[in-house]
Design a protein around this ligand. Structure first.
Ligand code: NAD
Length: 499
């Protein structure tokens, strides 16, 4: 049965009032799972009003108490881990084990946010001048928003909401309209954990809702994650409206395989990082760069049979390596990139386009694809495909491999596989990419570091999670104070200095 989803505003489920809906699917069967309401400007405004009303009392709640709500929330999510993972896997298409990882990487950021009392502390200088003390404090911005993509429907909403709420803001989440089930359930769990109604709101929608968020004068900051074209649009429009905006975009992550690398380890890494979650990860490896002909030939010999034997299955199959793609439209887009690669002259060594899942013929499945002899000028190299398609670009030497990663317009993640510490060190220093793995294929930094890509993978200042997130969702106030005994000298007409 197709269920009609709601928004979650002011601590309650609220039916969509715009009359506009979109369908969300179960990718493993191809069935419509739910009708998702698409919010109008007025519905965004209703969420803002609720958030605005709730925020001052939440900000005035001392940070340890705010942190205790997050502790309780963690307990509740642990209680519901299995059911949340099942909703997530069914709506997104990833396997249940991978859905658990999606939830876990979100919870780890919430765990970090329990340190809010420490992270919110300011600085203090006693006696900065005669009788003068200076101190700074971090204050929440007020009402802030997060706009998130389909591919991590638990992790990325929590990366945004955790720090924003812990810092004393009220938060409006506009999740992906393709898989909003988990965000709605997280809203219920926040409420059950003791978060006051109106502090965490979920408004479903598309461009109209996003534009309303960007234009609303009461929303002070927007954290966005999604494709680069939309990231740039959100950044430009949000900044023009005077907001604080950080936008994380698409990627084309390279893995350089040096001739001295352990080839079995490199192949394992490429298989997991290239095809896990059907390649629908912003930190997926989509380009392998073996250095030298001999390394390239050895890599291909080992890679081809592994890609051929990948096990595609429904999200509920615990033995599957990866599940279906998120929608039929996305499946067609990924397949058309494979067609394009052949036209462009790349050599398709493994062709997964024709894969059909027995018993699930209407699901959005495709098998793993592997291209060799991809070159820099091809669109399949330049553009993000976001599917189970790995391109091998052969580099003649280390410098050419490094230059490939440096010259690409995206700069999210990159990895080098080598046994040579000097090459690894040189690579980490010189590569023009935000997150680097040394013999680690998906170097997503842990919660207490920060996450962010460079070049056209990120727009704006400061990264996600870690201490940067607390800087993003707070503003600094600096107080210079002098008490009456210090004022007896009378008026000063020359600008005070600390000479
Ligand atoms: P998307 O850009 O289609 O959607 C992201 C968000 O923007 C959604 O909430 C969506 O409703 C909204 N949106 C879509 N079209 C819009 C428009 N025309 N105007 C305003 N808002 C619009 O991205 P997606 O397909 O959901 O997610 C996949 C993309 O996200 C990939 O490019 C991936 O690399 C990227 N991603 C990046 C990171 C990162 O941290 N850099 C992390 C995860 C995903």
């Amino acid at each position: 049965m197709v269920v009609e989803l709601t928004h979650f505003i002011g601590g309650k489920h609220v039916k969509g009032a715009s009359g506009r809906f979109t369908d969300a699917y179960w990718p493993m069967t191809g069935e419509v799972a739910s009708r998702v309401p698409l919010a109008s400007k007025d519905e965004i405004r209703a969420a803002v009003e609720n958030a605005k009303a709730a925020q001052p009392a939440w900000a005035a709640t001392n940070p340890q108490r705010r942190a205790r709500v997050l502790m309780k929330f963690l307990d509740l999510v642990h209680r519901e881990y299995d059911s949340l993972a099942e909703i997530l896997a069914k709506e997104h298409g990833k396997t249940i084990a991978d859905a658990k990882g999606d939830i876990q990487r979100g919870l780890e950021v919430v765990e970090f946010c329990i340190g809010a009392p420490h992270l919110m502390k300011g600085e203090y200088t006693e006696g900065a001048g005669p009788g003068i003390d200076i101190y700074s404090m971090r204050q929440p911005l007020g009402v802030v928003a997060g706009i998130t993509p389909f591919n991590f429907p638990a992790m990325i909403p929590l990366w945004k909401a955790g720090p924003a709420i812990a810092a004393g803001n009220a938060f409006i989440l506009k999740p992906s309209e393709r898989d909003p089930g988990v965000p709605l359930r997280l809203a219920e769990l926040f409420l059950e954990a003791g978060l006051p109604a109106g502090v965490f709101n979920v408004v479903n929608g598309d461009k109209e809702a996003v534009d309303a968020i960007l234009d609303d004068p009461d929303i002070k900051a927007v954290g966005f994650v999604g494709s680069t074209a939309i990231a740039e649009y959100v950044y430009t429009r949000g900044c023009a409206a005077g907001k604080r905006v950080q936008c994380f975009g698409g990627a084309k992550n390279h893995m350089i395989v040096m001739p001295d690398a352990d080839m079995d380890q490199a192949v394992d890494a490429l298989i997991g990082a290239g095809y896990g979650s059907a390649g629908e990860r912003c930190m997926a490896i989509s380009v392998a760069v073996p250095v030298g002909k001999d390394a390239a030939d050895r890599l291909m010999d080992k890679l081809i049979p592994r890609v051929e034997s990948l096990k595609v299955g429904p999200s509920t199959d615990s033995s599957a390596d990866f599940g279906p793609l998120v929608t039929k439209a996305h499946l067609e887009k990924v397949r058309s990139y494979v067609d394009l690669g052949i036209q462009e002259g790349a050599k398709l060594r493994v062709d997964g386009r024709g894969f059909k899942m027995q018993g699930y013929e209407n699901g959005f499945y495709m098998g793993g694809c592997l291209f060799d002899e991809v070159t820099k000028d091809m669109r399949i190299y330049k553009e993000e495909i976001f599917g189970p398609v790995l391109s091998v670009v052969r580099a003649k030497d280390y410098s050419e491999g490094l230059a490939l990663a440096n010259d690409h317009e995206y700069g999210n993640g990159v990895a080098i596989f080598t046994r040579d510490g000097d090459a690894a060190r040189d690579f980490a220093a010189k590569v023009n990419v935000g997150m680097v793995g040394i013999n680690v294929p998906i170097p997503v930094p842990i919660a207490y570091y920060t996450f962010g890509g460079w070049k056209r993978s990120g727009f704006g200042d400061l990264n996600q999670h870690g201490t940067d997130a607390f800087r993003f969702y707070t503003k600094t106030k600096t107080v210079t104070s002098r008490w009456p005994s210090g004022i007896k000298d009378g008026a000063e007409f020359v600008i005070p200095t600390m000479r």
